[in-house]
Every structure is written in structure tokens, then in C-alpha cells.
Design a protein around this ligand. Structure first.
Ligand SMILES: [Zn+2]
Length: 398
């Protein structure tokens, strides 16, 4: 297996605050597929458990050595950049940039395109066993669908190699073959072993030859291998893309992923309560998005598309100092039991005025009510604990 050289953070374009090491098995990322409902994934896991314990120890040692001082391992999410020890799969001059979050016709690209000339050797990224050749498990290698390979790694991860050569060398005739001799389903391979050659097969016929490389973790989740490929010696350019701002997918409730985590991180940074930075777009994240949209005069639909992303970017670039210039908060009438940005603003103002609302958390509870009552009595307002126009006006005149 290859060893990492310099730390990759110097090469990243945005600062991945939640950089995580290669994850250990957890309840959410099980090594044994007991929680997996889909059969193919279960089969992947079962077939990869032969050297499970050995692999785990190796992983533990590798991560300890490689990521000293890293943040604690978190549950892994779709698109998460990983430190994964691999052999660079293209054995020759190559060129790539982070294409994980690229919008493609079928959706997100979710993998890396490594450009190289036709017939440059492609090698196994890790020790493992060939799972599929040309999407076939059978020994006939399904030549009509030349040429691709899937390898189940001994540690339970999986790599996929697409657009391998299908031409007679020197031509674009589609009559060639891009799979090395002896590479067939079930065959064991070692990291660095020749498995095929770069080409332009499949959906890449009319495009520049390249290797489309996918990396899945033990749960079958597609991970962003960009930095792992750079660390393995690949000629990666430009650093990691920002999973939120360089990504054209619209984020909405129900989605999971590293882009969601990045959204939550940004919202949190600019002062919105997202209910935990966990990569799951749940109701609390949606509420934060809606609050942000209201404060920025956007359609408060709770979905994060281009407009909301642009506004988030501005808010972040403005130092996260609350709403963008010109935006107003609603200053709605609020009372005990309410929550949201108006409550947060109220609590901020009460604090500024020297009344303790029990924290600025956007939740109008007993202590906030008591602070309002004190404030109203202090300013000779009607003492009802309800913050309407008069109380707002006393707190902060418009
Ligand atoms: Zn690709």
C-alpha cells in the first residue's frame, strides 16, 4: 500500500473543518451488514469480511499514523473527503481536479475523473478481489459492455474503474479490450497490480479518455477520494471543491451528505441554530434555512438552491454578522412558547439592555418571559410578557 506524504490540507481550496479520518465501524457505518436492507450491499460486505480483523488493525494503525491530531472520527456521509490509503490507480502521467460535486446529466458526479492517455496502465487501488468486470459477475466478462472493473477491498471498501480501453491501440474502433489478462470476477488482486488500461469506453466515447474512479466505504456510501488520490501521488489540481458552493444540487429536508454538513456549518457560523452539525437535513435545519431566507427576503421554502446559496455565501463573506445589509427581521409579536429568529433578536436586545433572558437560543421560555416582564415594568409598559410593537419599539426603535 502507498504511504501518505505531506499533509493534504495545504492543497485544499476551502478549509474542511470537518475533515475526518477513514471511519471505524459504528452503528451507522457497520462493518457487518446487519443493518443493511439491500441485498447487493450485504453481499459486498459479506464477501469482504474474510480478512476483516486483519484489515481493521491495519486501518487503525494507518489512521493513527497518518492523521495525528485530527478531529474525532464522525459517522461518514455521502461525499465526505477521506484519508484512505490507496495506490494511485493510474500508472502514468495524469491530471485531475475535484469533480465529486460536479453536476452531470444523471445528477452529481460523485467520483473523480482522472485524465490520462489511452493505454496508460490502470492498477488496483487496494488489495482485494475482483467483484465485477463489465458489470458482470460471470466469467464471460460481458464483452458487449467493455470495459469496467469493480474491486471489493479486503477492508470492506470498494473501488470502481470505468471507461477502460475498448479500442484497438492507435484507433477509436471500439474493437479493443481494456482488461488485463487474468482479471475476472472472484480473482484476488493486490494493490498496484495491473488490471487494465485507460480508454474512452461507455459514456466517454466522444470525450477525452480518462479513468472514472469511485470509492465506497463499508456501507456502500460514495466518498470523495480526491485528497486520498493526491496523497497517493496523483497529479491533482486545485484542491477540494466546496461541497456547498461548488455544488449545484438543491438541498432540502430528507437529504444526507457532506454538502448538508457544510450547509449546517455555514448556518451555524452565521448564527442560525441548526440542531446539530450532522449531515442530516432534518426539521431543525429546515427551520434554520427558512429563518435565513426570511431574513434575506428569499422565498422561505426551506430548500437551498442557487439563490439561497448565493445569499449564504454573502452572509459568510460578510463575516457572518447576521442578515445581509438591507435585510430586516420580522419583529413579529412573540410570546412564551415561540421560537425562531424574532425570539433570538428579542433575547439579544434584552441582554443588551441588561435583562437576562437565559441565553440567546431563539426559544421563548420562562426565563425569557421573566426578562420581558422585568423590562416592561422597568419601561412603564403594559406588563403582559408579550412582545408586540410597543415593547419592540422600546427595545430598539426602528
Ligand atoms: Zn466520471
Amino acid at each position: 500500500m502507498a504511504h501518505h506524504g505531506a499533509l493534504m490540507s495545504a492543497k485544499t481550496r476551502w478549509n474542511p473543518q470537518f475533515w475526518v479520518r477513514r471511519p471505524e465501524p459504528t452503528a451507522r457505518n457497520p462493518q457487518v451488514g446487519a443493518a443493511c436492507s439491500d441485498v447487493p450491499r450485504m453481499q459486498i460486505l459479506m464477501s469482504s469480511l474474510r480478512k476483516g480483523a486483519q484489515g481493521l488493525i491495519a486501518v487503525a494503525i494507518a489512521t493513527t499514523m497518518l492523521v495525528a491530531g485530527a478531529v474525532p472520527a464522525l459517522a461518514s456521509e455521502f461525499g465526505e473527503p477521506v484519508d484512505y490509503d490507496l495506490v494511485f490507480p493510474v500508472d502514468g502521467y495524469n491530471d485531475f481536479r475535484d469533480t465529486f460535486w460536479d453536476a452531470r446529466s444523471h445528477g452529481l458526479h460523485s467520483s473523480q475523473d482522472i485524465f490520462a492517455k489511452k493505454m496508460v496502465p490502470v492498477v488496483a487501488a487496494a488489495d482485494g478481489r475482483i467483484r465485477l468486470v463489465n458489470w458482470s459477475r460471470s466469467a464471460d466478462l460481458n464483452p458487449a459492455r467493455c470495459c469496467s472493473i469493480v474491486i471489493d477491498h479486503d477492508d470492506g471498501w470498494q473501488s470502481t474503474y470505468i471507461h477502460l480501453n475498448n479500442d484497438t491501440p492507435g484507433t477509436d474502433d471500439g474493437e479493443g479490450w481494456g482488461i488485463a489478462d487474468g482479471i475476472a470476477p472472484g480473482v484476488a488482486v493486490s494493490a498496484g497490480q495491473l488490471i487494465g488500461w485507460v480508454g474512452d469506453s461507455g459514456t466517454s466515447e466522444s470525450k477525452t479518455p480518462h479513468l472514472h474512479f469511485e470509492l465506497r466505504n463499508r456501507s456502500g456510501i460514495l466518498m470523495n477520494s480526491f485528497s486520498a488520490l493526491v496523497a497517493a501521488g496523483g497529479n491533482g489540481q486545485g484542491g477540494l471543491d466546496d461541497p456547498l458552493f461548488d455544488n449545484r444540487r438543491t438541498l432540502a429536508q430528507g437529504l444526507h451528505g457532506y454538502d448538508v454538513r457544510r450547509l449546517q456549518q455555514v448556518l451555524d457560523t452565521i448564527g442560525y441554530e441548526v440542531g446539530g452539525i450532522d449531515g442530516d437535513f432534518g426539521p431543525a435545519t429546515k427551520a434554520a434555512v427558512v429563518a435565513f431566507q426570511k431574513n434575506n427576503r428569499l422565498e422561505p421554502d426551506g430548500a437551498v438552491g442557487r439563490g439561497t446559496k448565493n445569499a449564504l455565501k454573502s452572509a459568510l463573506d460578510n463575516g457572518g454578522g447576521g442578515p445581509a445589509p438591507g435585510a430586516t427581521t420580522s419583529r413579529q409579536t412573540v410570546r412564551k412558547g415561540d421560537r425562531g429568529d424574532s425570539v433570538r433578536e428579542l433575547q439579544q436586545e434584552l441582554s443588551t439592555e441588561g435583562f437576562d433572558p437565559g441565553g440567546v437560543d431563539g426559544i421563548f421560555g420562562t426565563r425569557t418571559e421573566a426578562a420581558v416582564v422585568d423590562f416592561q415594568a422597568n419601561r412603564s409598559l403594559a406588563v403582559d410578557g408579550i412582545v408586540g410593537p410597543r415593547t419592540w419599539g422600546a427595545l430598539r426603535p426602528l
